[in-house]
Design a protein around this ligand. Sequence first.
Ligand code: GDP
Ligand code: MG
Length: 597
Amino acid sequence: TDQKNIRNFSIIAHIDHGKSTLADRLIQNTGALTDREMKSQILDSMDIERERGITIKAQTVRLEYKAKDGQNYTLNLMDTPGHVDFAYEVSRCLAACEGSILVVDASQGVEAQTLANVYQAIENDHEIVPVLNKIDLPAAEPDRVRQQIEDVIGIDATEAVECSAKSGIGIDDVLEAIVTKLPAPEGDPNAPLKAMLVDSWYDAYLGVMVLVRVIDGKIKKGQTIKMMAADAEHKIERVGVFTPKGVIVPELGPGEVGFITASIKEVADTHVGDTITDVARPCTEALPGFQPSRSVVFCGLFPADTSEFERLRDALQKLRLNDASFEFEMESSAALGFGFRCGFLGMLHLEIIQERLLREFDLELITTSPSVIYKIHKTDGTMVELHNPADMPDVVRIDHIEEPWINATILVPDEHLGAVLKLCEDKRGIQEDLTYAGTRAMLKYRLPLNEVVYDFYDRLKSVSRGYASFDYDLYGYEQSDLVKMSILVNGEPVDALSMLVHRSQAEGRGRALCERLKDLIPRQLFKIPIQAAIGGKVIARETISAMRKDVTAKCYGGDVTRKKKLLEKQKKGKAKMRMYGKVEIPHNAFIAALKMR
Ligand code: GDP
Ligand code: MG
């Protein structure tokens, strides 16, 4: 295609506002797939994504569209991940296009996630086409939402396109708006190759596939390329585009989006945002804004059944083939045996990996208390990054501790504002701003990340009955009065349950955790103290009283089969327990105890 007839765009939307449905419609209306090939929600490929209605990995599709001006256009639709954990991938995706379609549910209005993504798009100099979706719904109020887009986001929405992705109304208008409102890509076909690495994944047949957007020059088979940040060279084996089926093409020029395969061994050797150039004729400057992906949340994953360690290792290696943004290394715990310390982009990312291990590999896991990265400044003037509370140096050697903070934006209907403010205060938040957008409050808070990673998102949803939306970015480290709280069961510290908490919250958390564990740990033949302690000082204590009789005693020896059954049941239970000194802790106790933090 002629460069002036290319349009590269992404769709930005809050979860459930209809991004995937609209994408499917655009694919269908441009005839990229026959009806038979068209299965719903093509862009959301993984099961978990589909169930949770979120897009995790970016995908792209090339569409051929004959516009009303009689010309043929190539439209590259780049789907972006829809969750805060994947903010960096969103930003790289946006950097690879010239425009965005902003989809807003006409019955709901603007949400925090929408705002955050629109601002990113504006930062990338995008032209933005607002689309009011779901106008088929009786509750749709396109005029009100149009006004809201202008008031809250501050972009002109007078020409916003009204459509229903579900019933197919207005889809041609969306396509025409893409062609007429969005600019064609700039770029010099004769300049040295400069392309952006947008995404990469592992394909069972083709190996590592790399999604690229060419800025200048050309990329073709046989060329030796250099990935500038990774400082690696590879010879290109294939060049292609997704229609959404993969199709081989001879080359990709400026403004084009497609995939390459080369002699790349692992997804981990590619970095989203890296600049690709030609070794024989390199470009002088790399693209701006490259950032290596960095784990934000860490936790230990241990097999519930110790004999499954090798299976867990295999599974993690397999998952990593497709997701270079999570990392793991072997770890051993006094209590849990061998497992892995894993790093994730955020809590959702952690949950996704955990869920995939269970579903795709049938592995039951014990997850230790998630931790953010703390900076421990020691009295000898050195600083260490702490990923695991169990590795905390002795308090006498610590000068001070810093923890990461975030800037959060929360949009919430007025009637739930009070509850959300209380939640933010409970989480040590500092209010920065409170404004109104119609009947919705827009809150800006600074919050410590360690309060957010745990259950903030779930709590926010629950206190606002699902109406609040939330987005954040990390902004830096600040000194904080943090202490390591240990949990002792029968006098033995349980390393998997130790955590760093703010001193002001230690007692409350410690008490709650002890109470919870008291209910979760089965009684034994002796009394079991459960304690929360800071250093040597016990701050909370509960006791599990001793069990009086043997469990089989009440079977009176008469019914042998019943007795056998009972013993078997006990044995089975035992397989999933861990010994702490003399005490057995069922593995679900860890999960339940950690959930309530
Ligand atoms: P995404 O999370 O933004 O990708 O949203 P989806 O495309 O998955 O859509 C979320 C839900 O809204 C699904 O149940 C869709 O069927 C529904 N939906 C999407 N577009 C429309 C529409 O135009 N009208 C109606 N009534 N429902 C829609
Ligand atoms: Mg979707």
